[in-house]
Design a protein around this ligand. Structure first.
Ligand code: C2E
Ligand code: CA
Ligand code: CA
Length: 555
């Protein structure tokens, strides 16, 4: 700008500020330090506890508009500007609304000097924190740092809730329709959320496809759920408007501040992530309210998982392999044993395999542990063969081992190391629904059979298309689950069914193990069913290697 045209006076700056103000949400101000006069654009005068857009005796007038706790901070900062110690002003603090409610603002400004070099005018802008600013280019929302700031400034979240909203299977949208379309979806969801928020509710984009709604209005969970359903409806409408170009859903996780020990950023992120995760685990396209019991169970699983990881890297300390005998149903002589895994936590707590095996599977630790089990079980079999030359050991294989580890090679190595024949080992697999559909599992299964390793179909009678699987997998042994046996012992119809199944299985040259026989009476009835082997507490509880060897006089 040519020097002659330079704006020289306070009034001109005020006029220009007002012209700009029409097209912005923020508030521009001009502060004449020398004449102690302050001008702020008109909308600010309506929003804040100010006497008007123009006022004098600035510091004292501001005192009535600034949160009492923040006033001295402001005063100090201004003093430095008056003294010429600095020329830039940037302060986050609270002004009071017309209704007296504190509003967080960021105030920035720059001091111009007059010809004598004295601080003359400060020109600046006030933004309301929590309003749209520093927008993320994709969603148009504020990001994590703004959320952190917001929380810091309100000294954590008071009564209220947070709701984490995630787009289900967002990766697939990106993969199928391209990243650009993914961005469009993000923008759409952001808009749907924003369109449904009430005053006092704010939304941030937290991670790639997740948003966090913050509410300090004190809504109850039911109202928040309603908000989720409203947003979802909005999303559905948007999808329909775009002629179903991309169909997607959203899930929500709600956490009430009452459920938080300290409603700070870390806690909010941790608990809301969990609540959203629950909604997704339960099938997506739904909302889930944080429940302490579920979270406790999750923390427990995590603690067990961590301690299992330590156990694995520490020579499997705490893990042990127990053995439960299988006896011939007619002679009650020892046929072999099933290897059953045990785990004791460092604090001494014994965890049930029903609890820790799924954790081993989810964490992938079943791969090293499974290998260890195979070696230990084979070694036990070698030991027992000293006294029982035909002894067999039965090893439970997890689906994850079958698909993610070189389990066949591991078994072959164990046979080589111990010098056992292939048929000394029985591999037990549970029909679970995945099994049947996996080509990999079928391949490994076939390799076992070709190598002469025996295969047992475990937990027969607990679900899934049992008979069909006998045909498909052609096992050597079928293990009847205790629940099926019990039903058969109680109801004549099921007894006949079981009896026919046993006959049928025998007719195709397979053998039957009846599991979970506890009492003498049960044992006698089971004998009549024509099973080949029996396994159960009636003969022995699973016991440690040492106990087992002692019990059966191996050493
Ligand atoms: P499963 O393979 O069906 O093992 C038989 C379960 O029945 C064992 O439970 C055993 O202790 C129990 N049992 C034996 N006799 C009786 C009885 O007379 N009455 C009753 N009520 N129960 C009896 P456990 O050891 O708690 O193992 C539970 C499950 O954990 C096993 O069921 C198996 O699915 C899994 N599991 C155990 N060890 C391993 C392992 O090394 N690898 C894998 N992948 N899974 C294992
Ligand atoms: Ca088993
Ligand atoms: Ca079983």
């Amino acid at each position: 700008m040519p020097k002659s045209d330079k704006i020289q006076n306070f009034e001109s700056f005020c006029e220009i500020a007002e012209q700009f103000a029409v097209c912005m949400n923020d508030y521009l101000y001009v502060y004449d330090i020398i004449n102690d006069t302050f001008y702020i654009t008109e909308r600010a005068a309506k929003r804040f506890a100010l006497p008007g857009c123009l006022f004098h005796d600035v510091v004292e007038t501001l005192r009535a508009c600034v949160h009492p706790d923040d006033f001295s901070m402001l005063q100090e900062d201004l003093q430095q500007l008056f003294d010429g110690v600095k020329t830039e002003h940037e302060l986050r603090y609270r002004w009071l609304g017309k209704d007296g409610v504190p509003i967080w603002i960021i105030c920035r400004g720059r001091v111009l000097q007059n010809e004598e070099g004295r601080p003359w005018l400060m020109l600046g802008c006030i933004n309301e924190i929590g309003r749209k600013q520093k927008a993320d280019n994709v969603s148009g929302l504020l990001g994590v740092s703004s959320l952190q700031e917001h929380l810091k400034q309100i000294s954590n979240l008071p009564e209220g809730f947070v709701m984490r909203i995630g787009i289900d299977d967002f990766r697939m949208i990106n993969e199928r329709l391209g990243v650009e379309y993914g961005d469009t979806v993000l923008r759409q969801v952001a808009q749907c959320i924003e369109s449904r928020l009430l005053p006092g509710q704010y939304v941030y984009r937290v991670i790639s496809d997740e948003f966090l709604v913050l509410d300090a209005v004190g809504c109850e969970s039911e109202e928040v759920k309603e908000l989720y359903y409203n947003i979802r409806q909005e999303v559905e409408r948007t999808i329909a408007k775009q002629c179903y170009e991309a169909v997607y859903t959203i899930s929500g996780g709600i956490v009430n501040t009452r459920d938080m020990q300290k409603a700070d950023y870390e806690e909010i992120m941790r608990l809301s992530e969990f609540a959203l995760g629950q909604a997704k685990r339960q099938g997506k396209n739904q909302v889930c309210v944080f429940a302490q019991e579920d979270y406790d169970a999750f923390l427990r699983a995590r603690a067990i998982s961590r301690s299992l990881r330590r156990a694995v890297s520490n020579d499997f300390v705490g893990l042990d392999l127990y053995f439960q005998p299988l006896v011939y149903a007619d002679t009650e002589e020892l046929y072999g044993a099933e290897a059953l895994l045990r785990y004791q936590m460092p604090d001494g707590e014994r965890i049930s395999p029903m609890e820790f095996i799924p954790i081993l599977e989810e964490s992938g630790l079943i791969v090293p542990v499974g290998k260890w089990i195979i070696r230990k079980a084979a070694d036990m079999c070698r030991e027992c063969r000293k006294r029982y030359p035909q002894f067999r050991v039965s090893i439970n294989l997890s689906y994850i081992q079958m698909t993610k580890s070189p389990v066949f090679a591991e078994v072959m190595d164990a046979l080589k190391e111990t010098g056992l024949p292939a048929d000394a080992l029985i591999m037990e697999l549970t029909e679970s629904g995945y099994l049947e559909n996996s080509i990999n599992v079928q391949k490994v299964w076939k390799k076992f059979k070709e190598a002469g390793i025996q295969i047992a179909l475990d937990d027969f009678g607990t679900g899934y298309s049992n008979l069909q699987n006998i045909g498909r997998f052609n096992p050597d042994i079928v293990k009847i689950d205790r629940s099926f046996t019990l039903r058969a012992l109680q109801h004549s119809y099921e007894r006949q069914l079981l009896s026919h199944i046993i006959n049928m299985v025998h007719s195709i040259d397979l053998r039957i193990v009846i599991e979970g026989v506890e009492e003498k009476e049960e044992q006698q009835q089971v004998m009549q069913l024509g099973s080949d082997f029996i396994q159960g507490y009636y003969y022995s509880m699973p016991c440690s290697r040492t106990e087992f060897l002692k019990k059966y006089n191996v050493e």
